[in-house]
Structures are given as structure tokens and as C-alpha cells.
Design a protein around this ligand. Sequence first.
Ligand SMILES: NC(=O)c1ccc[n+]([C@@H]2O[C@H](COP(=O)([O-])OP(=O)(O)OC[C@H]3O[C@@H](n4cnc5c(N)ncnc54)[C@H](OP(=O)(O)O)[C@@H]3O)[C@@H](O)[C@H]2O)c1
Length: 152
Amino acid sequence: MLKMIVACDRNGAIGKDGDLPWRQSTDLQYFKKLTIGSNLIMGRKTWDSLPGKLPGREHFVLSRNEHSDITIINFEDAIKMEGWIIGGGEIYELFLPHVSQIYRTIINTRVENADTFFPDITGEGFELTDEEFLEAGPKDDHDMTFQVWTRR
Ligand SMILES: NC(=O)c1ccc[n+]([C@@H]2O[C@H](COP(=O)([O-])OP(=O)(O)OC[C@H]3O[C@@H](n4cnc5c(N)ncnc54)[C@H](OP(=O)(O)O)[C@@H]3O)[C@@H](O)[C@H]2O)c1
């Protein structure tokens, strides 16, 4: 079973210039708590944006090219796996029909000139099953709302 995890702004923006468009430590901690001990499945551009392998998690990368430093996986094998789809935009779009839940953090901002977006999940068969608002902590740029969307 696959789940998806994403942080987006109020317009669905998730990225700018190959990176995250905010500093949001509380959300990174939430990401770590949920994904630790699991498989992470991501696109090659998201892999490139990471500082390296995240401790305590197995990494699988979708790419049409060969890479020696990371495990490459194809879409057909990835949809049979257990784990987390962690982005980015292309990979969220591709896997949306194949995930049972979406953990979506809404970062309370509107990013100027964002270049990567999370797909619109309206009409995709998910319902909001949990929602919690949290004010920005000392290491966060913005307030945030943690949502869980579950397939009906
Ligand atoms: N806010 C968040 O939660 C969040 C999470 C993750 C990422 N991001 C941001 O999102 C941005 C990156 O997203 P992106 O949409 O540009 O790229 P991406 O989805 O991370 O990666 C795209 C790459 O995945 C590979 N790929 C795509 N479809 C494939 C398929 N069917 N089979 C095999 N390989 C396939 C290709 O790699 P090759 O070119 O190597 O063939 C493609 O260039 C960055 O700004 C990042 O910081 C944000």
C-alpha cells in the first residue's frame, strides 16, 4: 500500500528553482516521524534536491536514465510497493490514482513565481479524514494545517 506526503501553499505550489520555497522545520519533523523506517519513492529531481539519503529510510528513485549512486525503480514495480510517495510534481501526478491516503500540509502562504505544483485532488475520490492547524514555531516561516485525505 502506498501513501503520499506533500507540503503545498494555498495555491498548491510545492517547489521553486528545484527546491522547497519555505523554511518549515515543524513540517520536516512531521515528515520524519511519519516516514521513518519506510520506503521513500521519488522522482529524480526530488532526489537531486535532497542533501543525500535520509537516515532510517530506503530510497527508490524514478528516472529514465541510469544512476550508480541510488536504487532506480520503474513505475510498474513502484505501484506494488509499500511506502511513501514523496514527490515531486511529476511523480505526485503519476501516482495519485494508486495511493490510499494523502498527508498534505497546507503552508499558509502564497509563493511568488512557483514552478512546481501538487495536482488538484477534487473529484479524485478522497475525503478529508483529519485536519489540525498549527501556528508557526520559531523555525517556521508560516502557520500550517496538517490534513489527511483518505480514499473513499
Ligand atoms: N513541497 C513538497 O512536499 C515537495 C516534495 C518533493 C519535491 N518538491 C519539489 O518539487 C520539485 C521537483 O519536482 P518535479 O516535478 O520538477 O520533478 P520530480 O517529480 O521530482 O522528478 C521528475 C523526474 O522523474 C523521472 N520520471 C518522471 N516520470 C517517470 C516515469 N514514468 N518513469 C521513470 N522516470 C520518471 C524523470 O527523471 P529523469 O529526468 O532522470 O529521467 C523526471 O525528470 C522541486 O522543486 C522539489 O523541491 C516539493
